[in-house]
Design a protein. Structure first.
Length: 661
């Protein structure tokens, strides 16, 4: 029984193993099938070698297509006999090293296809068991395109690194990660000094620029650009210049913005040229407008005068025939008064149009003004103090005395109307020279020698918009019943008719100063003496801190000072001046500052700086006369002062006076 059971037991045992073996074989076949599919469809070239002999036992279609050889070319050859592997496995000795090492990797292996085309591949070999047999699998991945991309990226990086355009890469928090050589040259800082800082901190700004293109590019994922100028950035000093900044978002492989590449170009010269062209165009437009209005006004006035002559003539004839006790007499008198007022208007129009009949004569401007002082005092009233400050030794001018009267009356009435209650009007004269540097900055100015007549007041002043229109006929800020708007237009016409020009300084609450330049007269028999230039001994060597909020005047005065031999530290705001004074380690000999400025007046700026630099001398400048500045409490009597506009020689003498006094 036991014997009979054994075969059954063996049979049973054999019956139990068969399903397991069948399952293993099925799994093995499935695994081999999967491998085969991967092998056949791989986008890498695969070469299978016998690990003992080095004979090629298999090759996948991708490698066959990549190199252009047939499958049969590979099979049964020893790997070093293939030839195309070159430096990887050139001979049997190298194969033995591969055999012993098992793993070899070439990141950049040059190969050739069957038709001689060079390609670059990455070569990786591994040893493993297949069907209990050691084989070597060689993976060959073409990297020609990838290498070309790397070379392209490297080439582009070299271009950016050496580009004259200031370039920086910022992370998404605005921190600087990388800068090119141009950026380093512009800032004087190397990469280690700027890495991790915000861009605006590097450029000594307190906050990001308004409309910062880097912020826009990071937030929107779009290219962005912006012009950064003192006009559109309230914390951007004039000394920083004008810049065009562009930013391109930088993304990771998933497309997420992780930073931005910024490009900055200095467009200061271009902007200055554009501003100069715009200024010249505006001057041309203004001149053409005034010329056109003048022609119209002159034509109308002449015709109107003819009709007024008829009205006045017939009115006076009628008055002779009507008794003074008749009611019609009073009516005719009103007609005559209205006609005379109309005649006054036409005379003003003719003066503006520069078409009034004049009889110029050589005269002393001081004497002409002095003859009018009593009449002017009656005209402006007792509440306003009229101060007369003539400059002795005044040059003669060639002008109709009646025009002097018209100019003085119109300017004094205008000044009177600007003053509420008690006030002061100052009339001054002096000789002055307008040089090339100053005339280049002023519309209609011509270099030469002039007699300057200044009428200034401590009234309400005018804003910039009003200043643009004050010489337009019929423009007025007064009530309809208080003026015709022809007073300043008349002054403009008279000055132009006499080849002079006008400069006006005014700010709300600070009063107004009209500076009228009349050409110096010299008969042919009396040649003008040549202006004596500053001698070498009068040239300076000191350091001047110059503070002026008008860019054109800042630039012009800097040139004047440097030509005198001075070292100039220039600032466009009081805040910038105080920072310069703190940071400058050398000696500053003199502060030359405008008096009226937006942030702080020149007087307070001087007090602030002198507290830290007791030896600092001060010279104040303004378009307002010194008496107006002193009245407003921003200048003490006796302090050194120079009135704008000034010539190079005037400035040089004032500087020596202030430095040596």
């Amino acid at each position: 029984m036991g014997t009979s059971q054994k075969p059954n037991s063996d049979a049973e045992h054999r019956h139990e193993e068969r399903p397991e073996e069948a399952g293993n074989q099925e799994a093995l076949r499935a695994s081999e099938l999967r491998y085969r599919r991967l092998f056949e469809s791989s986008r890498d070239g695969i070469l299978i070698l016998d690990a003992t002999t080095g004979v090629v036992v298999d090759v996948n279609p991708f490698l066959v297509n990549l190199l252009g050889y047939s499958r049969e070319f590979f099979l049964t050859k020893k790997v070093w006999e293939l030839g195309f592997l070159g430096d990887a496995i050139a001979n049997e000795d190298m194969f033995r090293k591969l055999q012993a090492k098992g793993y070899i990797r070439y990141e950049d292996l040059p190969l050739e296809t069957s038709d001689g085309l060079p390609i670059e591949v990455e070569f990786i070999s591994n040893v493993y068991l297949a069907n209990e047999q050691r084989v070597i699998q060689c993976n060959i991945r073409e990297i020609t395109e990838r290498k070309q991309e790397k070379e392209q990226i490297r080439f582009q990086a070299d271009i950016i690194e050496n580009s004259p355009v200031i370039t920086a890469y910022h992370d998404k928090n605005l921190n600087v990660v990388w800068i090119n050589k141009a950026y380093q040259k512009a800032t004087g800082l190397n990469l280690e000094e700027v890495r991790g800082k915000k861009c605006y901190q590097i450029w000594n700004l307190s906050k990001p620029c308004r409309g910062c293109p880097v912020i826009t590019a990071i937030e929107t994922g779009e290219n962005a650009s912006n012009e950064l100028t003192p006009d559109n950035q309230d914390h951007w000093p004039e000394s920083q210049g004008y810049w065009l900044c562009q930013a391109v978002p930088f993304r990771d492989k998933q497309g997420t913005v992780i930073g931005a590449l910024e490009f900055a170009v200095d467009i200061t010269e271009r902007k200055k040229s554009e501003e100069a062209r715009e200024k010249l165009q505006a001057q041309l437009n203004q001149a053409q407008k005034m010329e056109s209005v003048g022609r119209l006004a002159g034509g109308v006035a002449h015709d109107f005068n003819n009709m007024l002559g008829i009205v006045l003539g017939y009115t006076e004839l009628a008055l002779e025939r009507v008794g003074s006790d008749e009611s019609l007499h009073a009516d005719l008198e009103e007609i005559r008064k209205a006609a005379h007022r109309s005649a006054d208007l036409t005379r003003q129009l003719l003066a503006f149009a520069r078409k009034q009949t004049i009889a110029p004569k050589v005269l002393d401007l001081n004497a002409a003004v002095e003859d009018m002082l009593n009449m002017l005092r009656q005209l402006i009233g007792e509440d306003i103090n009229l101060v007369w400050k003539p400059d002795r030794g005044l040059w003669p001018v060639n002008m109709d005395p009646a025009q002097i009267d018209q100019v003085m009356v119109n300017l004094c009435i205008n000044a009177r109307d600007a003053i509420t209650g008690v006030g002061r009007i100052v009339v001054e004269t002096r000789n002055t020279t307008v040089d090339e540097a100053y005339s280049a900055q002023q519309a209609g100015f011509t270099p030469g020698e002039y007699v300057m007549l200044t009428v200034s007041d401590d009234g309400c002043g005018m804003d910039a918009e009003t200043l643009l229109s004050i010489f337009d006929p019929f423009f007025t800020t007064k009530e309809a019943s208080s003026g015709t708007g022809l007073g300043l237009a008349t002054v403009y016409g008279i000055v132009n008719q006499n080849n002079g020009f006008i400069n006006v300084y005014s700010e709300p609450g600070q009063g107004t100063a009209f500076n009228i330049y009349l050409p110096r007269y010299a008969a042919k028999t009396e040649p003008l003496p040549k202006q004596v230039p500053l001698q070498t001994k009068e040239l300076g060597h000191e350091t001047i801190l110059l503070v002026e909020d008008e860019p054109a005047i800042l630039k012009m005065t800097t040139i004047m000072l440097e030509r005198h031999g001075y070292t100039v530290l220039k600032a466009s705001t009081p805040g910038e001046a105080m920072r310069m004074a703190r940071e400058y380690t050398g000696r500053i000999d003199l502060l030359l500052t405008d008096v009226i400025m937006p942030e702080m007046n020149g007087r307070n700026l001087a007090k602030n700086l002198v507290s830290n630099r007791p030896s600092l001398k001060c010279l104040f400048m303004s378009g307002y006369p010194a008496n107006i500045i002193t009245k407003h409490g921003v200048l003490n009597e006796g302090e050194h002062f120079i009135q704008k506009p000034f010539s190079v020689n005037d400035l040089g003498m004032k500087l020596r006076e202030a430095l040596e006094g």
